[in-house]
Design a protein around this ligand. Structure first.
Ligand code: F6P
Length: 328
């Protein structure tokens, strides 16, 4: 029989995402509601290895639900990828009598959690915190909605200049391996084309074709959204390729970059973070271990960590189609 859970720890790891604070708050307060002692680990797996762990009471997480970033700080730990690093991390948890872990982050965080959970007898629950939305077992990750809203605001502003100067703007958004942010931003801003890592066949040629036709139709300006991880290159490389094919086009590039990762979380991110943080604590108390929490059809669900990581999450084919159709 599993050990009774009395003390849990929560941490954030990998890239920060708006809503992580709301998730931490939910873990701490749901834990306190169930009379658990809750600990916060600073700087993700790095802090775990170094025993950088502190007790968190409900009042310690006041006034953070609306804040971007993560007050527990975050890191991408190389040391945790080594057996020695994980052994040190486990020793630190034992030293604090911690019985279970809630890890908030993306694929790297989940991979670390999965390996750790296989090596050591400690229940782990992953909470999806990444702007990329590239985690299986959930329709939403914490931070994605905020990032898309920020990207959308930026593109709306760029549209003013594109229109005023009759230019084509290539706007690069984040998404190293996935096009969720790019596709949603493209649909939300009415962009002409979107280039994403998941759908590459003929995509560059179709973009060039679209821009040639637009010029013939005397379309004054165009917005092309580029996911940073698409194989043709970043917005700058793509602008060069397209400009070579269409020398008459006046092209400009904008890279939104880390602007997308900061800022106050949207309503959606605050609510899903609160639901998932609370759900993670209740899941642990109900015997869930080495799983990731998610939201599917607006219901909290649990998926084995290995499935959340190993399966590729497809972008919506319907969204791809409508992005093209509506850009006529
Ligand atoms: O995984 C989230 C993410 O924002 C990616 O979209 C991006 O490629 C990456 O992190 C950037 O990471 P860093 O801030 O470490 O450069």
């Amino acid at each position: 029989m599993s050990k009774e859970i009395k003390r849990i720890a929560v941490m954030t790891s990998g890239g920060d995402a708006p809503g992580m604070n709301a998730a931490i708050r939910a873990v701490v307060r749901a834990g306190a509601f169930h009379n658990l002692h809750v600990y916060g680990i600073n700087r993700g797996y790095e802090g775990m290895i170094n025993g950088d762990i502190q007790r968190l009471e409900p009042r310690n997480v006041g006034n953070i639900i609306h804040r971007g970033g993560t007050f527990l700080k975050t890191a991408r730990s190389k040391e945790f990828r080594t057996p020695e690093g994980r052994a040190n991390a486990y020793d630190a948890l034992v030293a604090h009598d911690i019985d279970a872990l809630v890890v908030i982050g993306g694929n790297g965080t989940y991979t670390g959690g999965m390996v750790f959970g296989e090596e050591y007898d400690i229940p782990i629950i992953g909470v999806p915190g990444t702007i990329d939305n590239d985690i299986c077992g959930t329709e939403w990750t914490i931070g994605y909605d905020s990032a898309v809203n920020t990207a959308m605001d930026c593109v709306d502003r760029i549209r003013d200049t594109a229109e005023s100067h009759s230019r084509t703007f290539f706007v690069e958004v984040m998404g190293r391996h996935s096009g969720f942010i790019a596709l949603s931003t493209a649909v939300a801003t009415g962009a002409g084309r979107v280039l994403i890592p998941e759908s590459t066949e003929g995509a560059l040629d179709r973009t060039i074709d679209f821009l040639k036709k637009s010029m013939k139709r005397k379309k004054q300006f165009s917005l092309i959204i580029v996911a940073e991880g698409n194989p043709f290159g970043g917005a700058s490389e793509i602008a060069d390729l397209v400009s070579t094919a269409i020398p008459a086009m006046e092209a400009r590039v904008a890279v939104i970059g880390h602007l997308q990762r900061g800022g106050s979380p949207t309503r959606i991110d605050r609510i899903i973070a609160s639901r998932m943080g609370y759900g993670a604590v209740e899941g642990l108390l109900n015997g869930q271990r080495n799983v990731a929490i998610g939201l599917i059809n607006d219901e909290l669900t649990f998926t084995p960590l290995k499935d959340a990581i190993n399966n590729a999450k497809p972008v919506s084919a319907e969204m791809m189609r409508l992005a093209e159709i509506l850009a006529l």
